[in-house]
Design a protein around this ligand. Structure first.
Ligand code: AMP
Length: 285
């Protein structure tokens, strides 16, 4: 049975009792509008912990685009049903006032370093500062043993890993593979804003990423040629506007060099706009 809390003090008192019984706690932070990608994180936490906690909070401070914040689907009832069916134990779904009783909770003295300036950091000013502050607040409330993050938001995963390391929090950050629709499109709460035609077109994103991955391993083209070809394929499809398509080090997201191609783990990351919806995806190479 899923137990739902909207007050910090209520979930904290339940969690402190559960922890006293030495139960390990797994945590999955989300913004709701849940889909099978989120549920795969819950399932992984259930496998690895005695107690699984999810949170749903559409965090205003991480949205640089007010329209995106306003359009974000809120459906606590539907989400709770999905969490219950997946066997999640506790849900924390606070109001904005509960999360931010004063302004000091909205900011954090944390610097993700150069990787915070790249990709999403370059295109969504203030986004990662908002993410870091809210995740730190949620970690302080829930104090999980393990926290689960999707590789779909690869840069976010790396930044949270650094956050936990910089603040010496005793939390293991677990990356989880990207769940995709049959077409290859990465599942996202924002996909539902696409028209049926747009959703079909959006399958191109994963095709282009996969092609670039092949080209990286077959070595017939330089990284800059691969990148340019990918941008051309995305933009040839008249409705896409790419914010970036970059081949990066999977460790810290710096732009990969030809020398690193053979020796480093790489990640190919892209963000595109389609029908007024911003979609991101990546593949490890
Ligand atoms: P969100 O609600 O979009 O903030 O996402 C909450 C968590 O679910 C984040 O760790 C995301 O990376 C993860 N997530 C979102 N979409 C997917 C997906 N398609 N596959 C796996 N994890 C995902």
């Amino acid at each position: 049975m899923l137990r739902i809390f909207d007050k910090v003090s209520d979930i904290q008192s339940v969690l402190s009792k559960e922890r006293a019984g030495e139960k390990s706690v797994g945590f999955v932070p989300t913004m709701g509008a849940l889909h099978a990608g989120h549920l795969s994180l819950i399932a992984k936490s259930k496998q690895e912990n005695e107690l699984t906690v999810a949170s749903i909070f559409v965090n205003p401070t991480q949205f640089n685009d007010k329209r995106d914040y306003a359009l974000y689907r809120r459906d606590l009832e539907g989400d709770s049903k999905m969490l219950e069916d997946t066997g999640c134990d506790l849900l924390f779904a606070p109001s904005v006032e509960e999360m931010y009783p004063n302004e000091s909770y909205k900011t954090l003295d944390f610097n993700p370093g150069p990787m915070g300036e790249r990709l999403e950091g370059a295109h969504r000013p203030g986004h990662f500062a908002g993410v870091a502050a809210v995740v730190k607040r949620l970690f302080d409330i829930v104090q999980p043993d393990k926290a689960y993050f999707g590789q779909k938001d690869y840069q976010q995963y790396l930044i949270i890993r650094k956050l936990v390391s910089d603040f010496e929090m005793p939390i293991k950050v677990i990356p989880c593979p990207t769940e995709r629709e049959e077409s290859g499109l990465a599942m996202s709460s924002r996909n539902e804003r696409l028209s049926p035609e747009g959703r079909k077109q959006a399958a191109l994103i994963y095709k282009v990423l996969s092609k670039a991955k092949e080209q990286i391993s077959d070595k017939s083209m330089s990284l800059s040629e691969i990148r340019q070809k990918a941008l051309d394929s995305l933009e040839r499809n008249g409705n896409f506007k790419a914010d970036y398509f970059d081949i990066c080090s999977a460790e810290d997201l710096h732009a990969a060099t030809e020398q690193e191609r053979a020796t480093e783990r790489l990640v190919i990351c892209t963000a595109v706009n389609l029908e007024g919806v911003r979609l991101i995806d990546n593949v490890l190479a």
